[in-house]
Structure formats: structure tokens, C-alpha cells
Design a protein around this ligand. Structure first.
Ligand SMILES: [Zn+2]
Length: 190
């Protein structure tokens, strides 16, 4: 169900007053409206239908070679502070007869990122979904991200990057496969 924009607008107005702002000043007049629209978009992944998203873009392909898509941009909101965390996601999988259309992995990342998240959970949800959707032999997902809740407040560490990874199937069982993935992800691609 879509969030109720009118209700969010009223809540944001209240919030503005509570932090000492005047919601009637020129710059803030339409802010509740903008925030409501932004929040609806930034959490839209939790209301996305995965079948519609994939839209049959899974193809038969006889290959046992590792497929890697690197540097997929990630923009999400941490569920502890509702502040953004952002970075890059790398996905590798070994197909078992079926592969994704090339844009679908990026769409999958967006779907799981557009909601209140933990980076650890985001990483696992992506790997499990890739595994399930194409019945892969193995999957590896790595996310490198910076968290504004850490950079702007709290410990104020502006340069720390959090790295999470999730490996399934052959990526978990075989050191060679895992190392191939990590090696390909570590090299600077264009
Ligand atoms: Zn946080």
C-alpha cells in the first residue's frame, strides 16, 4: 500500500515546528510536500513486485563461467537513523543454465536499497534473491558504503567505508571461486 502523503505532510510540518523552524516561511512552505514524495520514493522498494521488476528477463545460456557486474550504485537509508548510506555493490554468480538480463541486477539492488535497511541485510537479501531467481551454482555480493549517520554525527569519521559480503553455494564452498570473485572485484574496471 502506498503511504498516505497527506498524513506524512502533516507529520513533517509538526517535525519542523518541533525543531524550532517556522513551516510558513517561504523556503519551507512546500517542504512537507517534497519530503512526503521523497520518502515514498526512497521506500518504494518494499512495495515493488519482484516478478514485474524482473519481467521475464532471465535467459537460457549454457555457461558455467562466472558473471560479474561491478560498481552498481547503491543509495539506501539506514534504519537506525533514517539517514542515507551509499556506495557500490558488486555481484558475481555462476549460472546453472540461466542468466539475468544485464540491467536486472541493478534493478534488484535498487529494490532492496529503497527501504529502511541495514547494509548487512541488504547484502544478504541481494545474494539470496540472485541465487533463487536463476538457480545459480553460487553467488557472491560485496557492498562498500559510507554512512552519513557516521560521517555527519556520532563519531564523525568521514573516510571510513563499511564493507559487507555474502557468499552462497560454490562461493562459500570453494576458496578458489571466492578468490576469483574477490580478485575481479578488486581490480579497477572502467
Ligand atoms: Zn545509522
Amino acid at each position: 500500500m502506498e503511504p498516505n502523503a497527506t498524513r506524512i505532510e502533516a507529520l513533517i510540518r509538526e517535525l519542523l515546528i518541533e525543531i524550532g523552524e517556522d513551516p510558513n516561511r517561504e523556503g519551507l512552505l512546500r517542504t512537507p510536500h517534497r519530503v512526503a514524495a521523497a520518502m515514498a520514493f526512497l521506500t518504494s522498494g518494499s512495495r515493488t513486485n519482484i516478478d514485474k521488476l524482473i519481467n521475464n528477463a532471465i535467459f537460457t545460456q549454457k555457461t558455467n563461467s562466472m558473471v560479474i557486474v561491478k560498481n552498481i550504485e547503491v543509495y539506501s537509508l539506514c534504519e537506525h537513523h533514517m539517514l542515507p548510506f551509499f556506495g557500490r555493490c558488486h555481484i558475481g554468480y555462476i549460472p546453472s543454465g540461466r542468466v539475468f538480463g544485464v540491467s536486472k541486477l541493478a534493478r534488484l539492488v535498487d529494490m532492496y536499497a529503497r527501504r529502511l535497511q541495514l547494509q548487512e541485510r541488504l547484502t544478504e537479501q541481494i545474494s539470496q534473491q540472485v541465487m533463487e531467481l536463476v538457480g545459480a551454482k553460487g553467488v557472491g555480493v560485496m557492498i562498500e558504503a559510507r554512512h552519513l549517520c557516521m560521517m555527519m554525527r556520532g563519531v564523525e569519521k568521514q573516510n571510513s567505508v563499511m564493507i559487507t559480503s555474502s557468499v552462497l553455494g560454490t562461493f562459500r564452498e570453494s576458496t578458489a571461486t571466492r578468490e576469483e570473485f574477490l580478485g575481479l572485484v578488486a581490480t579497477r574496471g572502467t
